[in-house]
Design a protein around this ligand. Structure first.
Ligand code: NAG
Length: 159
């Protein structure tokens, strides 16, 4: 019975998100009903099973991953090209959100550790480095959003 209740709750969340063109993360679904799911794993498994059963990707189901990658530099996530780039640390969104990546960089530096990213940012690394560059961290193994952003930047700024 519990599994059915969980299944329908997940489907309900997916349906609600898809019908208003929004998107939600597995984490959002979990927090909708912590008492019912009891842990994040339950939601993750349920989403995977639904995706396999319906032969649809997580993206097609409107479920994004929780973003964790960070970037600082002339990179923006928007529907239209921004007039100017803000120099502030930005959370890299999941591609499910349907935003485009706009970048104007000569180089990209990817650091594995969040702590290294924080230290370099605190010392205004970008202001001292030559040319226009951006600093990226996936906070460990890079997530889908971080890898997607890097692919987009390498296509836009091939040199
Ligand atoms: C699952 O989806 C893929 C891609 O849309 C398609 O090529 C494949 O035939 C589908 N499989 C089944 C069993 O429907």
């Amino acid at each position: 019975m519990l599994q059915w209740a969980q299944l329908f709750r997940v489907l309900e969340c997916m349906h609600a998100a898809l019908s208003c063109g929004a998107y939600m993360t597995k984490r959002d679904i979990y927090y909708r009903d912590v008492a019912l799911f009891s842990n994040q794993r339950t939601v993750d498994d349920m989403v995977d099973r639904i995706a396999i059963t319906l032969n649809l990707s997580r993206t097609q189901l409107g479920v994004g991953a929780t973003s964790k990658g960070l970037v600082i530099g002339p990179v923006a996530f928007a529907r239209e090209r921004p007039r100017r780039f803000k120099q502030e640390t930005t959370l890299i969104p999941d591609p499910v959100q349907g935003l485009s990546v706009y970048a104007k960089v000569d180089w990209v530096l990817v650091v594995e550790k969040d702590a290294v990213f924080e230290t370099l940012t605190a010392h205004a690394f970008l202001d001292h480095a030559p040319g226009a560059g951006c600093l990226v961290t996936g906070k460990g193994y890079p997530d889908v959003g971080t890898r997607w952003m890097l692919t987009q930047i390498s296509q836009q700024c091939p040199t």
